[in-house]
Design a protein around this ligand. Sequence first.
Ligand code: GRG
Length: 302
Amino acid sequence: MTAPFFTDRLDDARARVEACLAGLLGPDPRAGETTRPPTLMAAIRHGVLNGGKRFRPFLVIESTRLFDGPAQAALRVGAALECIHCYSLIHDDLPAMDDDDLRRGRPTVHKAYDEASAILAGDSLLTLAFDIIADDETALSPEARLKLVAALSRAAGIGGMAGGQALDLAAEKTPPDEEGIVTLQAMKTGALIRFGAEAGAMIAGTGEDERRRLHRYGAVIGLAFQLADDLLDLTADAETMGKATGKDAGRGKGTLVALHGPEWAERRLGELVTEAESLLSPFGAKAEVLVEAARFVARRKS
Ligand code: GRG
């Protein structure tokens, strides 16, 4: 069972992130300087304000709290990270990629609006993320801004999420081996999660050792996140067996779960939780919520 203190913290972070995102996607705070086209803004809001778990911003908030860093800056950096995550989902759903009609239980952005709006909504969210981090309102030192912008652009870019997506598309034609699967997943899903975990060290301005330790914790829970996702897909496949067609059939192919089986995956998830615990042990009781986050990821059902 998930610890009640953890659920409270996750719910609290989600509510604050929702409010922050709603504010950032409302009327332009710099009115007069720029115009916000209403249809584009509606498409963006559709793709963002729609009930995600907000797990990545939660990591930013909690990793910052671990070092007693500034809470308001953490909230805004978390919102920036969520903008990039939402952009990736909007583009991933496009006909040229996964061609999905539903996301978080509602029509995808290109279904509710059109493909051009979905492409532009994603583009706008990607750049908005860096705007938020660099903005004076986020109140970070010039050094912290630069470190965060550099780390987030790498996490989202060629050697991170976008590159991982390219490898994933290529994998449909040439299935990768085990090492290829691990690399692909570490880039596509892992990179943003690692950034979320290490962001607190940059926001609070800790030393490099702490940052590296949080980065490794992020890598471990990123792996667990993907394994749990693959297990969920396997269950979904089993449930729709015989009914699924096209891309919906066999979603679990080309995953570690498909390679080694669900029992192996459950065992591996246990090992990853243990690894997360030991990485965070130097921080003592203060890291309890991040330890619980590892357990939450490993057990997740949605
Ligand atoms: C289009 C550049 C580009 C990248 C897309 C992340 C991604 C890359 C595609 C999403 C495909 C997918 C379902 C990957 C599995 C893991 C994952 C990222 C799940 C969605 O994240 P959650 O569970 O979603 O945090 P919510 O809706 O809660 O935000």
